[in-house]
Design a binder for this molecule. Structure first.
Ligand code: AMP
Ligand code: ZN
Length: 466
């Protein structure tokens, strides 16, 4: 079965052929760690986790390397550190902010069912690689130092007579139009208005490192060079897949690609560029100012992580995802059913229809349609039920047993489990002495608490009615 992926650069869905099938390499841009991640960041994590799982399925778990970086140098981090830890030396405060935030992010995306990437490099641990790339770019004539900054010149890149890609190819922008449209109040140290920063001097108190290019004052890297350096260190000069949210295509990925290709004189950085669409809330753009902004942590207070994950997978990763309360409620019902019928079932290899849908550029909407059909067929066919269980595991579900899922839901509902069980025991006793008035009264009392009960020959079970 052929795996096909859509590439932003060539705008086509192509069969995916890794550079080395024994070492399939993907890089996804991770979080800037200064605050709780929002549910949109969660979508990016889930999308590339699904890709990671699909690649592991296709090439074998030990043959896939997934790098997701942590951006721990950023102005927003510095501002946060100064605000939250007044009186603490800035560098120490920054470390506190990045470590706490990173741990929160880890916990949040783990709750969303994401596997840990193979490597999670931190920008601050790759300064030597950044300096090395910057030196290569200067030596090649693609970058220059001016007033303690180092700048990259897209115009030098496009003037080079070589196999280099053209600057602007990824984001489908023309450099000439960028030159014409650039702001006029451009920094005085830039030769051209389209030049971007590779390195800049640090302000007093800010984190700083020895600078490249013979610059004597200490400085810090620009954002784009961080990812070029981390991808190089962990995946090499060329690798298979580079991903991130659609907002990163320009300027971040365009610039990463330019830096890496010019430094290593190569025609490409990654063979496939993949971008997830944005998540929006109730048809509106999610934003802090509109007040419709949710962190993953807030969402996890209302829903199990797998409910959030399933809600995300209903939409194809390249389309905008419209987050609704109703959508999450439906996912919760679906998962209650799936957990009850299959979470404890032995998993079998996912059937071709499920794998084909996933291999078609991660068509998770189609995959879910196949899963609903499989679940129905599984009611009367034990093998299909096992394939259903295996498919859900492949997609990152069923982290708990059916019993854990149910009891967690009962606890989360705020219902007093001990009281419910005591009432059920009383009702059973009432029924045994044929006091049906009393047993009906208890059933009503439970219903008023939001609890429905079901009697069978094995006894009485209960669940929370949503
Ligand atoms: P950031 O920490 O903002 O750099 O974002 C981390 C990742 O989440 C990047 O891949 C972003 O493109 C992605 N991202 C940010 N906002 C959203 C959103 N609303 N929907 C989907 N992905 C997003
Ligand atoms: Zn990046």
């Amino acid at each position: 079965m052929e795996l096909r992926l859509y590439d932003t650069l060539t705008k086509e869905k192509r069969p995916f052929v890794p550079l080395d099938a024994a070492n399939v390499r993907m890089y996804a841009c991770g979080p800037t760690v200064y605050d709780f991640a929002h549910i949109g960041n969660g979508r990016a994590a889930v999308v590339f986790d699904v890709l990671f799982r699909v690649l592991r399925h296709r090439f074998g778990a030990e043959h896939v390397k997934y790098v997701r970086n942590i951006t721990d140098v950023d102005d927003k981090i510095n501002v946060r550190a100064a605000r939250d830890y007044p009186g603490v030396p800035l560098n120490e405060a920054i470390r506190k902010v990045t470590e706490t935030t990173y741990q929160q992010y880890q916990d949040d995306v783990t709750a969303l069912g994401c596997l840990a990437p193979t490597v999670q490099p931190r920008a601050t641990e790759h300064i030597p690689e950044m300096r090395a790339i910057i030196e290569k770019l200067i030596a090649g004539g693609f970058a220059y130092a001016a007033e303690d900054h180092v700048l990259f010149s897209p115009q030098a890149m496009n003037a080079a007579n070589s196999a280099l890609p053209r600057y602007g190819a990824l984001s489908k922008r023309s450099l000439d139009e960028m030159i014409a449209g650039a702001r006029v109040d451009v920094a005085p140290y830039k030769r051209d208005n389209t030049d971007f920063v590779l390195w800049k001097p640090s302000k007093p108190g800010e984190p700083s490192w020895p600078s490249p290019a013979g610059i004597t004052v200490e400085g810090r890297p620009g954002w784009h060079i961080e990812c070029s350096a981390m991808a190089w260190k962990h995946l090499g000069e060329k690798f298979d897949i580079h991903g991130g949210g659609i907002d990163l295509v320009f300027p971040h990925h365009e610039n990463e690609l330019a830096q890496t290709c010019c430094a290593f004189h190569s025609d490409r950085m990654a063979n496939v560029w993949m971008h997830n669409g944005f998540l929006q809330l109730e048809s509106e753009k999610m934003s802090k100012s509109l007040g419709n902004f949710f962190t993953i942590r807030e969402m996890l207070a209302d829903w199990p992580g797998e409910v959030l994950r399933l809600t995300m997978l209903k939409t194809h990763y390249r389309s905008p995802l419209d987050w609704t309360q109703k959508g999450a409620e439906e996912s919760a019902k679906t998962l209650d059913d799936w957990y009850a019928v299959a979470a404890d079932v032995e998993a079998a290899t996912p059937p071709p229809a499920v794998v084909e849908a996933l291999y078609d550029d991660l068509n998770t909407a189609q995959t879910l349609a196949e899963l609903h059909a499989l679940r129905n067929a599984g009611s009367s066919n034990a093998q299909k039920l096992r394939e259903f269980a295996g498919s859900l595991r492949l997609l990152g579900f069923f982290s708990e047993s059916a019993e854990q899922w149910k009891s967690r839901k009962q606890q989360a509902s705020g219902v007093d489990v001990k009281l419910v069980e005591a009432l059920i025991a009383e009702r059973t006793a009432a029924r045994a002495r044929k006091d049906f008035k009393e047993s009906d009264r208890i059933r009503d009392q439970l219903a008023a608490m939001g609890v429905t009960i079901k009697d069978s020959k094995d006894g009485t079970t209960w669940e929370i009615a949503r």
